[in-house]
Design a protein around this ligand. Structure first.
Ligand SMILES: CC(C)=CCC/C(C)=C/CC/C(C)=C/CC/C(C)=C/CC/C(C)=C/CC/C(C)=C/CC/C(C)=C/COP(=O)(O)OP(=O)(O)O
Ligand SMILES: O=P(O)(O)OC[C@@H](O)CO
Ligand SMILES: [Mg+2]
Length: 241
């Protein structure tokens, strides 16, 4: 069950089907000691590009799951699917309508035991995901805490994802969500560019997501894995034993 497996994820890389990654860089990412690779993005995500990237990742033993942002781009046969629900979206399309349309289309083909919803709170208005979903980003820590309570107790979601895509988040906001949750898993993603940033987010969130950095500086991206392990008091070598 992906819902169970993701409870073990402390660090994940998010790879974008619409961006180019060399074979060497991909190999280093997959062998980095990260806990999983999520394949997903906002713009230009097609079935062909997603399939090609997933096929390359499946050459390695790292866990690979698809985050579905486009109904037509679903790649069958994976071990896990993450379905975003943008809780602070300005249009119902990104909260319930796109999901409804896709569930209607795929019906009984959906492997529910390998599928988990991610409740998103999008906090960077200038990100592509923020613009696409017209997310209401003028929030304070109490708003975020309320979304965490709602995600957990009202909607029974397995995880809340604080999404700052492209920009490093406000620690008070991450802390507010972290404090409000109980069994809910907290994902943090956005703007991590250094090992120390990954380390400080790992102290507040359960799962730290690193995306753009992979395409900007692979070396620094690899260092974020070490940053998260350090937050847990482990070196990569210890963690692998
Ligand atoms: C056998 C078989 C066919 C199996 C598969 C069945 C299956 C799993 C079907 C799925 C059914 C389903 C319900 C799919 C969901 C459909 C859907 C379109 C839902 C809407 C998703 C949504 C809210 C999208 C909005 C954008 C979003 C939240 C994307 C997530 C990724 C994300 C936040 C990327 C960050 O953006 P990025 O591109 O990195 O941005 P920057 O460039 O700024 O960095
Ligand atoms: O690309 P960055 O800014 O690292 O964000 C990671 C992830 O949260 C994007 O969905
Ligand atoms: Mg991105």
């Amino acid at each position: 069950m992906v819902r169970e497996r993701m409870k073990t994820w402390r660090h994940v890389f998010k790879l974008d089907p619409n961006r180019i990654l060399s074979e060497t860089a991909l190999e280093r990412i997959c062998l980095s000691g990260t806990d999983a690779v999520i394949v997903g993005g906002t713009d230009g995500v097609t079935y062909r590009k997603t399939r090609e990237l997933i096929d390359r990742i499946l050459d390695f033993s790292v866990e690979c799951v698809q985050e579905v942002s486009v109904q037509e781009a679903v790649v069958p046969g994976l071990d896990g699917y993450l379905l975003p629900v943008v809780l602070n979206a300005g249009e119902t399309r990104w909260i319930v309508d796109a999901q409804h349309q896709a569930v209607k289309a795929y019906g009984d083909w959906i492997p529910w035991e390998d599928t988990a919803a991610l409740g998103y709170v999008v906090l960077n208005p200038d990100s592509r995901v923020g613009r696409l979903t017209k997310s209401r980003t003028a929030l304070n820590p109490r708003d975020v805490a309320a979304y965490a309570h709602m995600a957990e107790h009202l909607y029974g979601l397995p995880a809340l994802y604080l999404e700052y895509s492209g920009k490093l988040g406000n620690l008070d906001m991450v802390e507010a969500a972290g404090t409000a949750r109980d069994g809910l898993r907290l994902f943090y993603g956005g703007g991590i560019s250094r090992r120390e940033e990954a380390q400080s987010m790992a102290r507040l969130a359960d799962t730290v997501v690193v995306g753009n950095l992979v395409y900007q500086n692979v070396e620094a991206a690899l260092a974020t894995v070490r940053g998260v392990r350090e937050a847990d008091g482990l070196s990569i070598e210890e963690d692998r034993t």
